[in-house]
Design a protein around this ligand. Sequence first.
Ligand SMILES: *[C@@H]1O[C@H](CO)[C@@H](O)[C@H](O)[C@H]1NC(C)=O
Length: 188
Amino acid sequence: MIKQPFVSDQSQNMNLQLIFLILMVVYASSADSSCPGINNGEFEDLMNVMKKITCQSGGTFKKPAFLATLTPREVTLTSSSVVKFDSILTNIGNGYDANSGVFTAPRKGTYIFAVSFVAGNRNEWLELTLAKNNNRLVRGHAAYAPFTTGSLEAILELEKGDRISIIQPRPSGHILGENYSMFSGHLI
Ligand SMILES: *[C@@H]1O[C@H](CO)[C@@H](O)[C@H](O)[C@H]1NC(C)=O
């Protein structure tokens, strides 16, 4: 069985795999009977290593990235409720789950997140907070008037499996949907 020294280093998956593949093709095609060529079993092992890396990176060589918007006219948020941005426009790596509103990092790395939102048609203010594994890190604020706007942004180093969600921390709040409010993020 061939060792897999680089499986854990997923940030360089793509380059490694490409180099690896090119080397294997060149090597396999140049081997003649006087050289110790690669046999079928070894080649299969190498292919399995590559498949494993592909799977662990979320089934794609592309960097994880997502964008989801809120589509209802207005959503009522209670204390600590997670905003469930329901309409997924981009979800490379499938890290974002519209049912829970939670983004789970498909792999370790530095991510950037952004939320832009509009408060509902009421005389009240709206706060949204970005939380990492339920720790509240960054706050966005929309002023006390109908249809005011707020935003927040964060660059965070995440481990695979870290969870990012957008929480309404006050007793209640109202957020405008109709694609005016959105949550996005990607690996940088
Ligand atoms: C919001 O976006 C969805 C697609 O994601 C679209 O079907 C819908 O018509 C949009 N709504 C508005 C009000 O723009």
